[in-house]
Design a binder for this molecule. Structure first.
Ligand code: SF4
Length: 565
């Protein structure tokens, strides 16, 4: 045994851009202790055997994992491999996926320690006691008589769960990131509170009742530090950010920062108040993003999932009318008693609000939540594997769920990508039922074999053009040529190459002379394309000039500009 023991904390995220704040917190909370703590970051795609070599090459005495619904299978496999390769290494697990039933998780994962609940103080006491025990026995592990509140361990082959620990005072939280990290291409996370004021039956946070807040000063100190590390996207991890009594003041200070960074918050429209609205209307466009879980607009469904809805609709509409904030709204399919018809109403109502992103998710039966005990009551069949997604319910059959999956795929690729904004706006002026439109678009993708693989970029545009022309051709006033031009316009906003796909029908008119003239006389360099229709005036709501028109897409490609010849 070396003098200083070593702990490797392993984060496995869905994408490398994410940064695990939980492991950073426990590392920072113990940085004064006489041990070495390394963090190793992987994604769920990382090859297991490479991870194993990486971790073992560090020669750790203990390996800790942060365990979530999306990584529990990889955590289970890599920890088993470590156990096989080096049985003496202590295995520690924490996170929501193991906290709800520490005893079962300990046995299932064949771990040495499970932290149930908040990690910082429990982890610190575990390390302190392991260090003490190492002094006397030489082993970096808990002594036979050591007890740690909030921890579960194995004693004589039997799982032992110690009593829970009181929730910590958030004033004790350190700044979690190391000051030599580069956050310029990663999502920087921050917490202003812990706990949630609500009790939605499908959510593990509903069990956490101790809602606690950090001071505005400490939150803003952390924000300043994140910006010094180059953060461009700062994500507040709070379950309901604006439950914070000083939410308006945090918004005010963030809005007054001299930065181009974007700040993301999860909001409850029911808790939006006049003070927050007054401040938010001053936000520069692009500074603030809100994520709001609508889940359903059906009052009965909301009641059955114990979701607070008083003042929600009014608050959401107020936020949406501000016009300077990026809105991400969530809906969940498969909730108790939700039918295709009630879900269709929810979807169409929320889509009509014009969110920048509308995420259609499917209910997950998370273990340890009240919903888990209601599965039979609602006739739910769900996957036994993480993320435990619902397959069918008493009121929504498997085929219905399949139809919504098709809609979800098309919604994600076409609406949420932001790449079809002008084409979709035109289509929306002819179809009455957005959910049916997206379901059909998703089916069009599936029918070309794209259920389990992704189309090429060109195919997304081709399938959209073909599908929208087919379903809208009989609608009064629909112009297939204008739709083609709008798809071509959207394509050119996002694609910088010179050529365009054949189905967008390039007009055979010279653009070289125009480009040379623009460069010579105005110093402008960009792509010039001819359109049959005056798409630029159509998009801006002005009277259309007779076509064809030449449109310049400059280097920024944020919009096209008509060239007057
Ligand atoms: S779903 Fe959101 S609002 Fe509801 S309990 Fe969970 S964190 Fe709170």
């Amino acid at each position: 045994m070396r003098n200083r023991p070593k702990v490797v904390l392993v984060s496995i995220d869905s994408r490398f851009i994410h940064t695990n704040i939980a492991l950073r917190y426990i590392k920072a909370f113990t940085k004064d202790l006489e041990y070495d703590c390394l963090m190793m970051e992987y994604t769920i795609q990382s090859p297991l055997m490479d991870m194993l070599d990486d971790i073992l090459d560090c020669e750790p005495d203990m390996v800790g994992f942060s365990t979530y619904i999306w990584n529990v299978e990889q955590v289970s496999r890599i920890s088993r491999l470590i156990r096989l390769a080096r049985p003496s290494i202590r295995l520690l697990f924490g996170g929501p996926e193991v906290s709800w039933n520490a005893e079962e998780s300990l046995m299932g994962l064949k771990g040495d320690y499970i932290i149930a609940g908040e990690g910082e103080e429990t982890y610190r006491e575990l390390i302190e006691k392991c260090l003490d025990n190492m002094e006397t026995s030489g082993s970096f592990s808990l002594g036979d008589n050591d007890e740690v509140r909030g921890l579960a361990t194995i004693r004589n082959g039997i799982p032992m769960v110690y009593p829970p620990r009181d929730k910590m005072d958030l004033a004790r939280l350190p700044f979690p990131y190391s000051m030599d990290e580069d956050l310029s291409d990663r999502i920087a996370c921050i917490e202003a509170s812990r706990g949630c004021p609500y009790s939605c039956s499908y959510c593990l946070s509903s069990a956490e009742k101790d809602l606690r807040f950090r001071s505005v000063a400490s939150v803003m100190d952390d924000v300043e530090s994140l910006l010094k590390l180059g953060a461009k996207l700062v994500k507040f991890m709070d379950r309901t950010f604006n439950a914070h009594p000083d939410a308006a003041e945090v918004f005010r200070r963030i809005i007054s920062l001299d930065t181009s960074a974007v700040f993301h918050f999860e909001m409850s429209p029911s808790m939006v108040n006049d003070a927050q609205m007054e401040v938010l209307k001053e936000a520069p466009p692009g500074r603030i993003q809100f994520e709001t879980g609508v889940q359903s607009t059906d009052e009965n469904v909301l009641h059955l999932i114990r979701r607070h809805s008083k003042g929600f609709r009014e608050g959401l509409l107020s936020l949406l009318t501000l016009g300077n904030i990026h809105h991400h709204l969530d809906l969940i399919a498969g909730l108790p008693m939700d039918t295709m018809e009630s879900f269709r109403r929810s979807f169409n109502e929320v889509y009509s609000l014009g969110p920048d992103v509308l995420q259609l998710g499917f209910l997950k039966i998370i273990r340890g939540t009240p919903m888990e005990s209601e599965v039979k009551r609602w006739g739910m069949v769900h996957s036994p594997f993480p993320p435990y997604q619902v397959i069918s319910t008493a009121t929504m059959g498997r085929a219905d769920v399949g139809r919504l999956k098709a809609a979800e795929k098309a919604l994600d690729k076409y609406h949420n990508s932001g790449k079809f904004v002008n084409s979709l706006t035109y289509a929306a002026s002819f179809h009455e039922d957005p959910l049916v439109f997206f379901e059909g678009l998703g089916n069009a993708l599936d029918s070309e074999g794209y259920r389990v693989r992704s189309p090429s970029s060109d195919d997304y545009y081709r399938i959209f053009l073909m599908y929208s022309a087919r379903v809208l051709e009989m609608k009064a006033g629909f112009e297939p040529g204008l739709m083609r031009d709008l798809v071509k316009y959207d394509f050119l906003l996002w694609n910088r190459r010179q050529g365009i796909p054949f189905f967008l029908e390039r007009i055979d008119k010279d653009t070289n002379d125009i480009r040379r003239k623009l460069k010579r006389e105005e110093g402008v360099v960009g792509h010039v394309e001819w359109f049959e229709n005056d798409v630029v005036s159509h998009i801006s709501g002005n009277e259309r000039n007779p076509g064809p028109v030449a449109v310049l897409f400059d280097k920024s490609r944020t919009h096209g500009k008509i060239i007057t010849l």
